[in-house]
Design a protein around this ligand. Sequence first.
Ligand code: ADP
Length: 153
Amino acid sequence: YTGKTGSQLLTDKVRNIQVQDYQSRPVVVQDSSSVYDAICTMFLEDVGTLFVVDKHSTLVGVLSRKDLLRASLGKQSLETIPVSIIMTRMPNITICKKDDFIIEVAKKLIDKQIDGIPVVREVERGSGFEVVGRVTKTNITSLLVDLSNDEII
Ligand code: ADP
C-alpha cells in the first residue's frame, strides 16, 4: 500500500498519459491548394484545424477556421489565393511528439490560445517534420470524461 490519497493517484495517472493515447488523425492540405479547396476540406473532413504540407509531406503551416474566414472577407477570388499566403507558418508552429505528456500539450493549447496542435515526427535531423496526428481541445475533453468514468488504468 502506497499511502497515496485518491487525488494523488489521480494526479499520477493524469501526468503519465501521453499524446499517443489521445491523438486524432491529422487532416492536411498541400501548400499549393487554394483557400477555396481548404474551406471544402475543412467541411468535408469535419475538422477545425488543417495542417499544410509541401510536396515532400513536410509540415509548413497551419490553417484555422478564422484564418479562412479572414481570407474570405477580401475581394479576391478564393480559388486564386494559395493557402501558403494566409497560413501561420514554420517556425511559428506549436508542435508536439507522440511520447510527450498530454498535460504539457493541454498547457500549450491554453498558453498559445489555439485549438489544435500537430503531432510530428522528425524525418531526418534538421530536414523538417512529418505530421502524424493532431491533438485538439476535443481530445482533452474526452480525456476528462474518461477520467471521471474511471476508464484510465
Ligand atoms: P481560430 O482562429 O479559428 O479561433 P485557433 O485559435 O486555433 O482557431 O487559431 C488562432 C491562430 O493561431 C490562427 O491564426 C492559426 O493559424 C494559429 N494557430 C493554430 N494552431 C496553431 C499551432 N499549432 N501553432 C501555431 N499557430 C497556430
